[in-house]
Design a binder for this molecule. Structure first.
Ligand SMILES: [Zn+2]
Length: 294
């Protein structure tokens, strides 16, 4: 059965199947290696039919389906924004509001998976720049008071004047300046050697890309793609250089620095194996920076 909700008729069918009193229709962004989509959830109150209708005082939640109009390939052909998923969600939300007298909760019209669910709003803060509700990030490297999109906007605005240098212990002593960019931006400008690496990594380790931050150097090797992987325990860097050409992998342990060039029959495959064996399998002790890095 297709999960996709592409018409008000389908939405009504899904709401009917829940068989409760609709209270809130929620649309939240989620993404996978194929791109962004919207998840539609319904908050409702149950009816119980013993002697008479009793409506339960608390909310239950049901997933109705998703709105998905195509993968992130659209980013490169300038068809977004506006995101067609957002346009359709707003239309369906308005129709559902009229029919069921419910609240339509849609916190972000642009893709963002840091927005709170309707029942998590008390945990959220308003982005200092665009006032969108967000759950504050737990990344130690990102500002906590603004959303990721505003963070990217601030970094690119800063380029016009003296760019605020991005510092990260995996970039060493900070001689070079980096600008942060989104995965889509990085992919759109990079082509050539091992350009399939990141999609293959995502295939091998689902969720991989969501733990990456992407950068472009402002001083040298401007065409290179730089990415830092960071979760709570494991951190390492990936550099793609189309000219040498080479994939560079490293973490805070100087022994774990490897370059894989076109002498390899499958450079991306070798890189994936190295990441699996040296960074993931050996775990945190190998990948956290020694004290002298700070
Ligand atoms: Zn914002």
């Amino acid at each position: 059965m297709s999960q996709n909700i592409d018409s008000f008729f389908t939405l009504i069918q899904r709401i009917k199947a829940v068989n409760g009193l609709p209270q809130v229709l929620e649309a939240l962004w989620d993404g996978d290696s194929n791109g962004w989509y919207l998840v539609l959830n319904l908050y409702y109150k149950r009816r119980t039919w013993w002697f008479k209708e009793i409506i339960q005082p608390y909310f239950s939640k049901a997933r109705l389906g998703i709105i998905s109009c195509g993968g992130d390939i659209r980013l490169f052909s300038d068809t977004v924004p506006p995101w067609p998923e957002a346009t359709l969600a707003k239309e369906l939300g308005q129709l559902a509001k009229d029919k069921y007298d419910l609240e339509f909760y849609f916190p972000s019209e642009e893709p963002d998976d840091d927005c709170p669910a309707w029942d998590q709003q008390h945990l959220a803060i308003a982005c200092a720049d665009c006032s969108k509700l967000i759950i504050p990030t737990d990344s130690p490297y990102l500002p906590k008071d603004i959303c990721y999109n505003c963070h990217l906007n601030r970094s690119s605005t800063a380029d016009c004047g003296e760019a605020a240098p991005i510092t990260h212990h995996l970039f060493g002593t900070g001689h070079y300046k980096y600008k942060e960019e989104s995965y889509a931006q990085a992919q759109a400008r990079y082509s050539g050697f091992s350009e399939d690496l990141f999609s293959r990594l995502e295939g091998n380790f689902p969720g991989f890309i969501s733990n990456l931050r992407f950068f472009q150097s402002q001083d040298y090797q401007l065409e290179d793609m730089w990415a830092i992987y960071e979760d709570a325990a494991i951190q390492f860097g990936i550099q793609l250089d189309p000219d040498t050409p080479v994939i560079v992998l490293w973490n805070a342990n100087p022994e774990n620095h490897i370059e894989i060039g076109d002498w390899s029959e499958d450079a991306s495959g070798d890189a994936i194996r190295f990441i699996e064996e040296e960074f993931f399998a050996k775990g945190p002790s190998q990948s956290l920076p020694p004290a002298w890095w700070y």
